[in-house]
Design a protein around this ligand. Structure first.
Ligand code: SF4
Length: 142
C-alpha cells in the first residue's frame, strides 16, 4: 500500500494500486501529471487495453528494494546506470513539475540530476534485465 511516506519507484509497471505519473509525448519525453492518479480497477482495465502501456505512460509504485531485479548494492540500479552514462548533464535549474519528488527513490539517490534525465526514461516492462541494461547504456541524453 502506498502512503505519503512510502518511497516510490517512478518507473513501475501498470498495475492496480500504482499511480499514473505521466504520459509519453510524441517526442518520447514524459509529461508529468500535476496530480498522479491512482489506478483503480476500472482505470487499470482501461490502461491494460493499451498495447504495452509502460511505453505510453509512466507509473509509480512502492519501491520494493531487493524484491526488484534492478536493486543492486542497496540502491536502484536503473537510475545509477542512467546517471553513469549521462555524466555530461548538469542538473537543470528548472526541474520538471513532479508531485512525488519527496518520495522518489531516484531523487533520493541522485538528487535534482535524476529529474533532469527522468523525462527521457520510458519504462519497458517487457525487457529482461540484460536487455534493460543494454537499453540504458544506449540511452545517452543529448
Ligand atoms: S526523478 Fe525527479 S522528476 Fe522523476 S519521478 Fe523522481 S522526483 Fe519526479
Amino acid at each position: 500500500m502506498v502512503t505519503p511516506s512510502t518511497t516510490l519507484c517512478p518507473s513501475a509497471r501498470a498495475e492496480e494500486g500504482a499511480l499514473l505519473l505521466g504520459v509519453v509525448g510524441p517526442d518520447q519525453a514524459v509529461r508529468m501529471l500535476s496530480e498522479p492518479e491512482r489506478l483503480t480497477p476500472e482505470l487499470t482495465e482501461a490502461i491494460a487495453a493499451v498495447d504495452e502501456p509502460e511505453k505510453h505512460f509512466r507509473f509509480a509504485n512502492r519501491c520494493v528494494k531487493s524484491g526488484c531485479n534492478q536493486w543492486q548494492g542497496g540502491r536502484c540500479g536503473v537510475i545509477d546506470r542512467v546517471m553513469s552514462v549521462n555524466q555530461h548533464l548538469a542538473a537543470s535549474t528548472s526541474l520538471p513539475n513532479c508531485a512525488i519528488r519527496l518520495q522518489c527513490r531516484w531523487h533520493q539517490q541522485s538528487g535534482p540530476s535524476a529529474c533532469t534525465v527522468c523525462p527521457f526514461i520510458v519504462t519497458d516492462a517487457t525487457q529482461t534485465r540484460e536487455e534493460r541494461l543494454a537499453y540504458i547504456d544506449s540511452h545517452v541524453v543529448q
